[in-house]
Design a protein around this ligand. Structure first.
Ligand code: AMP
Ligand code: ZN
Length: 113
């Protein structure tokens, strides 16, 4: 499968890794929108939120556990942060491997859309 994030997870494409375990990989976004901008992805290929099911959703709750750990480690748990996943064209999804942006380290725009 020609998937950028699968290649990052396998190490075929380099990344600035900040966390890895059996099911989740996290790395710095190459085009950061905030002082802290991390992408947290499942190691299994899931294309988007559209493809989250009862069978694979455990990894999503685990991603949020990892988000909380990383927010604390990166010093933004008290100042605040946003966790967001873009799904499809109207949301501007550009990589079709499920990922959650962890954004913080500055006052984020209050507009959600
Ligand atoms: P989205 O637009 O929500 O699909 O998010 C995709 C994100 O992947 C964007 O914020 C990109 O900056 C980021 N991105 C694309 N290529 C890379 C890469 N090679 N390493 C790290 N982040 C990347
Ligand atoms: Zn993939």
């Amino acid at each position: 499968m020609d998937c950028l994030f699968c290649k990052i997870i396998s190490g075929d494409i380099p990344s600035a890794k900040v966390y890895e375990d059996d099911t989740v990989y996290a790395f710095k976004d190459i085009n950061p929108m905030a002082p802290v901008h991390i992408l947290i992805v499942p190691k299994t290929h899931i294309s988007s939120v559209n493809d989250i099911t009862a069978e694979n959703s455990t990894v999503v709750s685990h991603i949020f556990e990892v988000a909380a750990i990383l927010a604390k480690d990166l010093g933004i748990s008290e100042s605040g942060y946003r966790v967001v996943s873009n799904c499809g064209a109207d949301a501007g999804q550009s990589v079709f491997h499920l990922h959650f942006h962890l954004l913080g380290g500055k006052q984020l725009k209050l507009e959600m859309c």
